[in-house]
Design a protein around this ligand. Sequence first.
Ligand code: AMP
Ligand code: MG
Length: 329
Amino acid sequence: MGIESTAHTFGIGIVDFKGKIMSMINDIYVPEKGGIHPVMVKEQHLNNFKETIEEALIEANISLRDISLIAFSQSPGLGPVLKIGALVARLLSQTLQIPLVGVNHCIAHIEIGRLLCNIKDPLTLYVSGGNTIVSAFESGAYQIFGETLDLAIGNMLDSFAREAEISHPGGPKIEKLAQGASYYIPLPYVVKGMDLSFSGLYTAAKRVLKSKKFHQKYTLNDLAYSLQETSFAMLTEVTERALAHTEKKEVLLTGGVAANKRLQEMISYISKEHDAQFEVVPAKYAGDNGVMIAWTGILQYKSKGSDDIKETIIKPKKRMDKILIPWRN
Ligand code: AMP
Ligand code: MG
């Protein structure tokens, strides 16, 4: 059983040791207005975890006694929220007397992609509400080749949408709006070395939106399109450079923003240029979920056994490139 609890989603996934997915239940916090407030998310997770577990067991048609391993998201994420998953995981592990493993959330996104897309060694672009990372396996770990220096791409799109009075989550609605555009509005394109910065782009887009002349000259469609084209071109540039450097033969797109067809098109294009196979994690498993935690927990358990309870403290800031991956050697 995998327990995801890094941000808005409290997710339970049940997977067998061969990688067969038996169930997946997500309880997702959706803010009425504004962004994600850790205390509010924590309260929702605390209120709903028991039902989420029960539903996942029913869907898998098993009982708690059939579970032989507990995995939970240990890093990175919002501290108060991570604590709920860790607490539930420790409680279950100790009550049922079964092993426990802490899993890195970003690594889990890659591992579920490797399983479901049937690929071995991808360069991964992981784009979500909380993360923007270009990563590939090298020297025993998932190295980070590029990442955002400030906002995550999903957060940037959602924040802009909020300014335009579009309900959460904004990403999919911006994608729709972009399809009706007639003009490209120049916006700041910021790539620093291999890293990305979205805060200047966000501020500039907000300024255009609030400017007096905006509605005389442009539509919200134009601005949504321009925001997407600029930010996705930045992501594509960094991904392509990492691909050229690593010479990987597979490219994996994952995270909630991976659902975007325009981003898929851009990443697919550069993959072809470099003779690499392009794969997108199926939408159902691309966002945060407990299945990816369960599967990564199995890989980890098989290669290095379970964690001692003292090692299961949450690590909100732990980077994926600091974690050795024994199952890839
Ligand atoms: P995650 O954090 O992985 O659960 O993904 C949630 C993020 O994905 C939110 O920021 C959404 O706005 C974003 N998202 C979902 N679908 C799309 C889409 N079609 N285009 C752009 N962003 C999207
Ligand atoms: Mg995620």
